[in-house]
Design a protein around this ligand. Structure first.
Ligand code: ATP
Ligand code: MG
Length: 467
C-alpha cells in the first residue's frame, strides 16, 4: 500500500473539508437566491395585473386604451423583459407592448371580480427555450366591454444572472480549494516541525550517545506525551547499558584477581627449585583459584540464561520441610565445622523449579553461615501466607547497614570488599537469588538490625497448580 506523508494526508483532509463546506454553502445560497428572485417576479406580475385591472376599469371605452398607452406601459414599469397585452375576450388585440417579442398565447383569464394571486400565474417557453411566466385577468371598461389583460415576463435575464452566479461560485470554490491546499500545507508543515526535530534527535542516538533526549520545549501536547515516553525509554536504556558496562568492568576485575594470583604464585614458585611438598601446596592453591574463576563464570552464565525470555522453569510441587532438610544435610559439614546450628521450621508446599529453589536457599544459607558466630543458630522458616509462601533465612550476626540493603542484590556487590574478597566470595550470590525469584514471579527482601539479626525472605507468589 502506498504510504502518504502526514502533511499530505492532513492537507488532503483540509481540502476535502473546504470543498464540502464551499459546495454546501454555495448550493444553499444559490437556492435561496433563485427562490427569492422568482417569487419577487411573481409578486410583481400579480401586482401589475391588479393595478392595470383597476386602471382599465376607469376607462370609458376601448379607444381610451390607446390614448392612455403610456400609463398602461408605466403599469408594468417599462421593463423590457415584461410584455403587456390588452385584448377583447375573443382574442383580438386592442393594445400590445412586447419589446422582447416573445409569444403571448391566449390563456384562461381570472374573471373580473375574482382576486388575482400567484396561483393564477402560468408558464410557457419562449425562443431559445427561455422560461416565460404570465398572468391574465378580465377587466370591464366603463361602457361594459370586457377585456383581458395579460402581463408576462421573460426569465431569460434571471437565468443568465443565476448562471453567472453558478460560475462565480465554482470559481470561489476552486480558489478556496487552492488556498486550502497552500495554507494547510504550509501550516501543517510548520505544526509538524517538532516531530521532525524529534526524528533528528532519534537519528542521532547511538549506543555511545544514549544521553541524547527528545526536545520538549516546542512540542505540542500530543507530541509532548510521546517525547516524555521516549525520553523515559532512553533513560531506561541508558541505565541498562550502564549496568551492562559496569557488569563487564566488574567481571573483568573479578577475573583479573584470581588470574593475577595464579600467575604471581607460579612465578614465585618457579624463581628457584622447590621441594615436592611446596609444589603440591602451589597446585592446591592453583586449583582453588581455578575453582573461583569457574564459579564466577558459571554464575555469570546462569544470570545471563535466567534473563533470557526463553528460560523455561520446570516447576514441581516441593514439600518445603523435606527439601530444606535435604539442603541442611548438604551444609552439615560446613555448619558443624563452624559450630553453627541450622534450625528448620517449615509448613508449606512451594510450586517451583527444584534446582533453582535449592540454589536460592543454598546461597542464603552459605551467606548466613559465613556471618554467624560459633554456637549460634540459623533459623529457616517457611509459612503459607496471603501472598503465597514466604521462606526466610535468619541469622544472628554483625548485620548490614541500611545504606547497603538496597544494593545487596546488585551483581558483584559486597558490603566489605576487602574482607569478603576471598576465594569464596564472588558477590553474585544474592543477584542469583533475585533472578531466581523474578523467574518465579516472586521477590526477595532483606532486613537487618546491626549487631543483631539479618533476615532474607523469599516470597513465592500463590500459583494455581496444574492437575
Ligand atoms: N547474612 C548476612 N549477614 C551479613 N552480610 C551479608 C549476609 N548475606 C549477605 N551479606 C552481604 O551481602 C554481600 C553480597 O552477598 P552475595 O551472596 O551476593 O555475595 P557473596 O556472598 O559476597 O559472594 P558469593 O555468594 O558469590 O560467594 C556479601 O558480600 C555480604 O557483604
Ligand atoms: Mg553469597
Amino acid at each position: 500500500m502506498r504510504r502518504f506523508s502526514l502533511s499530505a494526508r492532513l492537507t488532503g483532509t483540509f481540502v476535502v473539508i473546504t470543498a464540502v463546506c464551499f459546495s454546501v454553502a454555495g448550493f444553499l445560497l444559490y437556492e435561496a437566491l433563485s427562490k427569492r428572485i422568482y417569487s419577487q417576479d411573481e409578486t410583481n406580475l400579480v401586482l401589475s395585473v391588479r393595478h392595470l385591472r383597476r386602471f382599465v376599469a376607469e376607462l370609458e371605452s376601448p379607444d381610451d386604451l390607446v390614448l392612455h398607452q403610456d400609463r398602461l406601459v408605466a403599469g408594468i414599469l417599462g421593463d423590457t423583459a415584461n410584455a403587456l397585452r390588452v385584448a377583447r375576450t375573443d382574442g383580438r388585440a386592442l393594445f400590445e407592448y412586447n419589446p422582447s417579442k416573445f409569444p403571448l398565447p391566449s390563456q384562461s383569464a381570472v374573471p373580473a371580480h375574482q382576486r388575482i394571486t400567484v396561483l393564477d400565474i402560468r408558464s410557457w417557453r419562449g425562443p431559445d427555450n427561455t422560461d416565460i411566466r404570465g398572468v391574465s385577468a378580465i377587466a370591464t371598461l366603463k361602457d361594459g366591454t370586457p377585456v383581458s389583460i395579460t402581463v408576462a415576463r421573460s426569465l431569460a435575464d434571471r437565468a443568465a444572472l443565476l448562471s453567472r452566479y453558478r460560475r462565480d461560485t465554482a470559481m470561489a470554490l476552486l480558489s478556496g480549494m487552492l488556498a486550502a491546499v497552500l495554507l494547510s500545507y504550509v501550516l501543517v508543515r510548520r505544526a509538524l516541525r517538532p516531530l521532525r526535530a524529534m526524528a533528528d534527535s532519534a537519528a542521532a542516538i547511538t549506543a555511545q550517545r544514549l544521553s541524547t533526549r527528545m526536545p520538549l520545549e516546542d512540542a505540542p501536547t500530543e507530541l509532548h506525551v510521546l517525547a516524555v515516553a521516549l525520553n523515559d525509554m532512553l533513560r531506561r536504556l541508558e541505565e541498562g547499558f550502564d549496568r551492562v558496562w559496569q557488569f563487564t568492568v566488574d567481571l573483568a576485575h573479578d577475573l583479573r584477581t584470581p588470574i593475577g594470583n595464579l600467575r604471581g604464585a607460579n612465578e614465585v614458585a618457579l624463581a628457584r627449585p622447590r621441594e615436592a611438598a611446596e609444589y603440591e601446596a602451589l597446585l592446591g592453591s592453583n586449583i582453588e583459584e581455578c575453582d573461583r574463576v569457574s564459579r564466577t563464570i558459571e554464575s555469570v552464565l546462569f544470570l545471563a540464561r535466567a534473563e533470557s525470555p526463553q528460560y523455561a522453569l520446570q516447576r514441581v510441587v516441593i514439600d518445603a520441610n523435606q527439601e530444606l532438610q535435604r539442603i541442611a544435610d548438604y551444609f552439615e559439614g560446613i555448619s558443624s565445622d563452624a559450630g553453627v546450628m541450622i534450625h528448620i521450621d517449615a509448613q508449606a508446599t512451594v510450586f517451583a523449579d527444584r534446582d533453582l529453589f535449592r540454589r536460592a536457599v543454598s546461597n542464603l544459607l552459605s551467606n548466613a553461615l559465613r556471618y554467624t558466630a560459633p554456637g549460634k543458630t540459623i533459623d529457616v522458616l517457611a509459612r503459607k501466607t496471603e501472598y503465597g509462601v514466604s521462606l526466610s533465612v535468619e541469622n544472628p550476626g554483625p548485620g548490614i547497614e541500611p545504606a547497603h540493603l538496597d544494593k545487596l542484590f546488585d551483581r558483584f556487590y559486597r558490603v566489605d570488599r576487602s574482607r569478603s574478597n576471598s576465594a569464596t566470595s564472588t558477590g553474585l550470590g544474592l543477584s542469583i537469588v533475585k533472578s531466581i525469584m523474578e523467574l518465579h514471579g516472586g521477590d526477595v527482601v532483606a532486613q537487618s538490625e546491626l549487631n543483631q539479626t539479618t533476615r532474607f525472605t523469599l516470597l513465592f507468589p500463590r500459583v494455581s497448580i496444574p492437575e
